[in-house]
Design a protein around this ligand. Structure first.
Ligand code: AHR
Length: 328
C-alpha cells in the first residue's frame, strides 16, 4: 500500500475514533475542568403532587441559583407520556449537557436512554430508580425505598405487639412508581414477620383526597382494621380524616404510619393523629448537581448515591423541637 494511501487511511481512522467517542465531556469541551457555570441541567420533575415534591423542586431551583448553574425545569404533570416527551426535548436541546430525571415509573425509558447516549447526553437519576439500563445513566441519587418500607413494617409490628388481630391496610403511590413498588415490598418483608396481614392495598396517587376516598370505601365494608400504612404523608392524612368521620380515633383505635416526614406529618404527630413517619429526604439537589459536574468532568461515579434518612415518632418527648428545626 503506497505511503499516501497509508497516510489517508490513518487520518480516516483518527477521525472515526475522535467522532466515535465524542461524549458529553468532549462536547462540553471544558472537561476535566468544568465548573458549575458550564453545567446546563435539563430536569424532568414528576409533577407537583404534594409537600415532599414541593420541597424537592425548591431544592433543585434554590441550589441551582446558589451554585450558578443553568437549570431547565420540566414539569411532567404526573403524566408519563409528557415526561418521555420532555426527555426527548432535552436530548434535542444543544445547550443541555446533563439530563436529570425523577422517573414517574420504572419502565418506558429504553428508547430515550438509547437516544440520549447517541446524542452524548449525561443522564442522572434523582429520587427514584428505574428497571435495568444501568449502563445508560451515570448514577442514581436517592433513597432505598425498600428499606423505608422495612422500617415502617418494623414500627407497625412494635405498635401492634400483643394485639389479637393485626390487620393492616396499605395506601399505595402511583402504579408503576419505584417508591410504590419498593415500599410495599419492604413493608411486607418485616410486617409479615410479626404476623401482620395486609388485607387491603390500593393506589391513592400520593393524594390526601384519594387517600380519604379509598379509606372511606374500605371503612364502609368493615371497621376491623388495626393499622394503616400510607406510602406518603398526604395519603395518611386522608386516612386520618376518613377514620375520624367514621367515629374512630386515629393513632389510637387504628395505628398510622406514613413515609416522607414533611412538616405536615410533624403537625399530625403533634396533634396526636399520626404515630410514626419514616423520612424520605427531598433535599437531593446538592448531591445531584455534584454528581452531574463530576460526570461532566469524566469521573466515574458509584451507581447509587444514597440520601440520609431517619424515623420520627409521635411519642418522642423532643418532637416539638425536632419539628422546629426541620427544613421541610
Ligand atoms: O419519590 C418520592 C415520593 O414521591 C414521595 O414519597 C411522595 O410523597 C412523592 O410523591
Amino acid at each position: 500500500m503506497s505511503h499516501l494511501k497509508k497516510l489517508v487511511f490513518l487520518i480516516i481512522i483518527a477521525v472515526i475514533v475522535l467522532v466515535g467517542c465524542s461524549s458529553a465531556e468532549e462536547e462540553a469541551g471544558c472537561s476535566p475542568n468544568c465548573t458549575y457555570d458550564d453545567l446546563v441541567v435539563g430536569f424532568l420533575q414528576t409533577g407537583s403532587e404534594g409537600g415532599w415534591r414541593a420541597a424537592n423542586t425548591a431544592s433543585f431551583k434554590e441550589t441551582a441559583e446558589q451554585l450558578g448553574l443553568t437549570l431547565k425545569f420540566y414539569d411532567s404533570q404526573n403524566d408519563l407520556a409528557k415526561q418521555v416527551a420532555g426527555f426527548q426535548q432535552f436530548i434535542e436541546d444543544p445547550e443541555v449537557n446533563v439530563i436529570v430525571m425523577s422517573p414517574l415509573e420504572v419502565t418506558g425509558w429504553d428508547q430515550v436512554l438509547e437516544d440520549a447516549e447517541t446524542a452524548g447526553k449525561i443522564v442522572v437519576l434523582s429520587d427514584r430508580r428505574i428497571d435495568g439500563n444501568e449502563d445508560k445513566y451515570v448514577t442514581f441519587v436517592g433513597a432505598d425505598f425498600v428499606e423505608e418500607g422495612r422500617k415502617a413494617g418494623t414500627e407497625m409490628c412494635k405498635m401492634l405487639e400483643g394485639s389479637e388481630s393485626k390487620i393492616v391496610w396499605e395506601l399505595q403511590g402511583n402504579v408503576g412508581a419505584a417508591p410504590a413498588i419498593d415500599r410495599g415490598t419492604g413493608f411486607r418483608e418485616t410486617a409479615e414477620e410479626c404476623g401482620i396481614e395486609v388485607t387491603k392495598t390500593q393506589t391513592a396517587n400520593w393524594s390526601i383526597l384519594e387517600g380519604k376516598q379509598v379509606t372511606e370505601a374500605w371503612l364502609k365494608e368493615t371497621q376491623d382494621v388495626q393499622g394503616i400504612f400510607g406510602q406518603n404523608d398526604e395519603m395518611a392524612f386522608g386516612a386520618i380524616e376518613a377514620l375520624r368521620e367514621a367515629g374512630l380515633v386515629p393513632a389510637e383505635d387504628v395505628k398510622i404510619i406514613s413515609v416522607d416526614a414533611t412538616s405536615g406529618a410533624f403537625q399530625a404527630m403533634l396533634d396526636g393523629t399520626l404515630n410514626v413517619t419514616v423520612e424520605c429526604n427531598p433535599l437531593l439537589a446538592p448531591q445531584v448537581y455534584e454528581a452531574s459536574l463530576a460526570a461532566l468532568n469524566g469521573e466515574t461515579l458509584p451507581k447509587w448515591i444514597p440520601s440520609e434518612e431517619s424515623v420520627f415518632f409521635m411519642d418522642d418527648p423532643n418532637l416539638q423541637s425536632i419539628a422546629d428545626g426541620r427544613k421541610y
